[in-house]
Design a protein around this ligand. Structure first.
Ligand SMILES: [Zn+2]
Length: 305
């Protein structure tokens, strides 16, 4: 059940609205600054609504606004198996927002490997992108395994825990404007059979001692040193994995949203739009997010679904 929204044609609208430019300038600005493809599964293999659809829906609202503000083109696909060489030829970023490393067909894998090896653009992977290994599937994909640090998925906190994410390299461009430590209220905090740290360049970890479990019976799901954001230096293409990506309330988390926005521009190897920098790095998060954060800081009980 593949349905594509097609390229989001928002280019130039902002410029025309805020600047009475001549026709030539308007035509020039109609060219997007860059294109990206977002892979986000909405229906699971059993034909049910995929569990992360609420996250994807919230991400789309946020991303469509960013695309409008920053003059980007976004194509949403529900499976990588529609990818072709020509589709990715002028794409600066493939964002694997919600899809596993398995159920890719041979053609899709070939397109992806060629794209990454040629550094045609970058890759941003989230959440399900680290669901690799025998707990879930007998499928293997050595190229992808390297990208995510040669780890195998082991377990998750099904009923969620809040946790503090700690930056290891706060000067990295993806962390511009992000607090050195920020709380994520509702995550599953996957653990893997081994630590990816020896294989990848870790940029942030979650402090497991900060966990507040919804269900204390799941408090054994820990791995000690627990990376949650990293990049693999062994491939030519820029790439970044951000584990956090389950709950739609992440889009009310100013630090998370800033990280995500930085990650898009960094992985695509494109500077952020000047107007956004001038408007302030947290401009895309509304006042509600500020209130939400303040409540969390005040230590009130964290609401979960
Ligand atoms: Zn999840």
């Amino acid at each position: 059940m593949l349905k594509s929204m097609g390229w989001l044609a928002v280019a130039g609208l902002m410029n025309m609205a805020t600047n009475p430019a001549g026709a030539a300038e308007a035509a020039k600005s109609a060219e997007p600054r860059f294109k990206m493809i977002v892979i986000a599964e909405l229906i699971d293999p059993n034909g049910k609504e995929e569990i992360h659809k609420p996250y994807v829906d919230a991400a789309k609202v946020w991303l469509n606004k960013l695309a409008l503000d920053s003059n980007l083109s976004v194509k949403y696909i529900e499976s990588p198996n529609v990818l072709t060489d020509s589709m990715v030829a002028d794409v600066s970023l493939i964002w694997q927002m919600n899809f596993t490393p398995f159920r890719w067909n041979a053609a899709a894998k070939a397109v992806f490997e060629k794209y990454i090896n040629a550094a045609k653009g970058g890759w941003l992977g989230q959440h399900h992108a680290s669901l690799y290994g025998p707990v879930l599937t007998t499928e293997t994909w050595p190229f992808f395994a390297k990208l995510i640090g040669e780890i195998n998925y082991k377990n998750y906190i099904a009923d969620f825990a809040s946790g503090d994410v700690r930056l290891e390299e706060p000067a990295h461009p993806v962390f511009a404007g992000v607090a050195a430590k920020f709380n994520v209220t509702t995550e599953e905090w996957y653990i893997w059979d081994k630590n990816p740290r020896p294989k990848v360049h870790v940029l942030a970890n979650v402090d497991e001692t900060s966990y507040k479990f919804v269900n204390q019976a799941q408090s054994g799901t820990k791995m000690g040193d627990h990376p949650v954001v990293w990049t693999y230096d062994g491939y030519k293409a820029r790439n970044l994995y951000i584990f956090m990506g389950h709950h739609p309330n992440l889009f009310q988390n100013a630090d998370y949203v800033t990280l995500l926005r930085n990650a898009i521009f960094w992985a695509a190897n494109k500077p952020a739009a000047t107007s956004l920098v001038q408007a302030g790095i947290r401009a895309s998060v509304g006042p509600r997010a500020g209130a939400h954060q303040a409540r969390n800081l005040a230590g009130r009980r964290i609401r979960t679904r």
